[in-house]
Design a protein around this ligand. Sequence first.
Ligand SMILES: CC(C)(COP(=O)(O)OP(=O)(O)OC[C@H]1O[C@@H](n2cnc3c(N)ncnc32)[C@H](O)[C@@H]1OP(=O)(O)O)[C@@H](O)C(=O)NCCC(=O)NCCS
Length: 183
Amino acid sequence: MTPEGETARLLLRPLALADAAQFQQLFPRWEVVRYLLDIVPWPYPADGALRFIRDAALPAVARGDAWHWTLRLKNQPEQIIGHLDLRRGREDNRGFWIGLPWQNRGLMSEACLWSNDFWFDELGFKTMRVSKAAANAASRRISEKLGMRLVCTIEKNYVSGRLPTEIWEITADEWRSWKAAHL
Ligand SMILES: CC(C)(COP(=O)(O)OP(=O)(O)OC[C@H]1O[C@@H](n2cnc3c(N)ncnc32)[C@H](O)[C@@H]1OP(=O)(O)O)[C@@H](O)C(=O)NCCC(=O)NCCS
């Protein structure tokens, strides 16, 4: 069960099949996909968003293995601006992207503050781990800014090729301490 979420500027709505058309309009941009894992097909097919939502995301949600949201601005709730998901597993518990017109406004950091609370307080996980291409400066900055620790560097295959990859981690206790110090 994926609940709705709300931050100062954003609504997080559970991903639905009806979101496929807007998802398809925003997502297939090189700047959005280049540092995503090479499970993302590229060039992106015309039904890529529909297949992702119908065949991967919603079944994972139904199994209780993942939680997926579209991001929307509160003052324009009909427009999808990005996507965030949380997943069970040891190494890659969160994924996100935001459409080019809305990048670098602090919006994904804001969404992650909410989703970290959901992960630790509602779902009750003890640790969150995320992985990202070391070259992905914006994503890296979000981990750094929100109190995560760099655990190790490995390599993974991305849409743009095989790249050094950082694993970042934060525990529930560290998250609560970070919030007490920063919010
Ligand atoms: C990663 C992504 C979701 C960030 O979303 P966003 O809403 O732009 O992020 P925010 O504005 O909350 O924070 C980005 C931070 O990175 C910084 N940043 C952005 N580009 C940067 C760059 N080239 N070098 C250094 N820092 C950079 C910003 O200044 C900001 O930090 P600050 O708040 O300290 O100023 C967005 O860039 C994106 O969709 N990228 C493509 C998809 C992707 O790579 N997803 C992540 C896969 S791990």
